[in-house]
Design a protein around this ligand. Structure first.
Ligand code: ADP
Length: 266
């Protein structure tokens, strides 16, 4: 059974008198464990598609079957519940709270969940789950650091850990390497490849960079609100192998600033 199946999906934004047709009939399905790169020029409908796939928005027309359930007409509250259970998000700008430690950033979705009536986790159990996902991105040793004490790549790894905290079956990443240098981009793609391979998490990755798209198993290209290409990635890149072949990082690439120093706990 596909994890994501959309049929003739349309989205029309109304801006004043004008109707913007962001999606003009998109049909596709994604099987569990696929790693799909979504590409296409700016304005082609990638983000609109991802918002709908991520249950952040509903389509104007068509169907969206997520894990066998039609969610295209689900109420906003139910949609939020489905989203919290099944989907983890990673964004270009990391979206971490700046005055909050890595550990607390990662725990945040668990706090939101309790508001929705899910079983309330004890502080100790929240910490335990957050530490486990920080370990999965090799950042357990930075758990008490604040975002500005971490490099860009480390901040993105915190964001990935946060996306994993509810054990989602799907990770949606919107230009996750857009703010990162080449080496760090490969490191981050290595984490997505490992989560996809070892945990079977389905990954949907928006990128306009072809070399980043090639870390996926499948490439879908949007143009003018339609899918214009959908193909297997023939020569898939392997981030771990590429990293092993790179020279060691320059010292200044390893770690960034150290403010506010008094807040660090080792
Ligand atoms: P992409 O992610 O490929 O750049 P988008 O999905 O953001 O494409 O945009 C597709 C089209 O929909 C564009 O013409 C864009 O201007 C329009 N659009 C996107 N979001 C909105 C919105 N909230 N209101 C009005 N128009 C929008």
């Amino acid at each position: 059974m596909p994890v994501i199946e959309v049929r003739n999906l349309t989205k029309v934004y109304t801006v004043g008198e004008i109707k913007v047709h962001a999606l003009r009939g998109v049909s596709l399905s994604v099987e569990p464990g696929e790693f799909v790169a979504v590409t296409g020029p700016s304005g082609s409908g990638k983000s609109t598609f991802m918002h709908i796939a991520g249950c952040l928005d509903r389509p104007t027309g068509g169907e969206y079957i997520l894990d066998g359930k039609d969610v295209s007409k689900t109420s906003k509250d139910d949609l939020a519940r489905v989203r919290n259970q099944k989907i983890g998000f990673v964004f270009q700008g990391f979206n971490l709270l700046s005055r909050t430690t890595a550990l607390d950033n990662v725990e945040l979705p668990l706090l939101y969940m309790t508001k929705n009536g899910s079983s309330k986790l004890r502080t100790k159990d929240r910490h335990k789950r957050a530490m486990a996902v920080l370990e999965a991105v090799n950042l357990a040793n930075r758990c008490h650091h604040f975002p500005n004490q971490l490099s860009g790549g480390q901040q993105q790894r915190v964001a990935i850990a946060r996306a994993l905290i509810n054990e989602p079956s799907i990770l949606l990443a919107d230009e996750p390497t857009g703010n990162l240098d080449t080496r760090t981009s490969i490191e981050v793609m290595g984490i997505f490849q490992r989560l996809n391979r070892e945990r079977g998490i389905t990954v949907l990755l928006i990128t306009h960079e072809m070399d980043i798209a090639e870390y996926g198993t499948r490439l879908i290209r949007f143009r003018d609100g339609r899918v214009v290409a959908d193909q297997k990635v023939l020569h898939r890149r392997n981030a771990d192998e590429e990293l092993a072949a790179l020279p060691p990082p320059e010292p200044d690439q390893i770690i960034a600033p150290a403010e506010p120093a008094e807040a660090v706990h080792h």
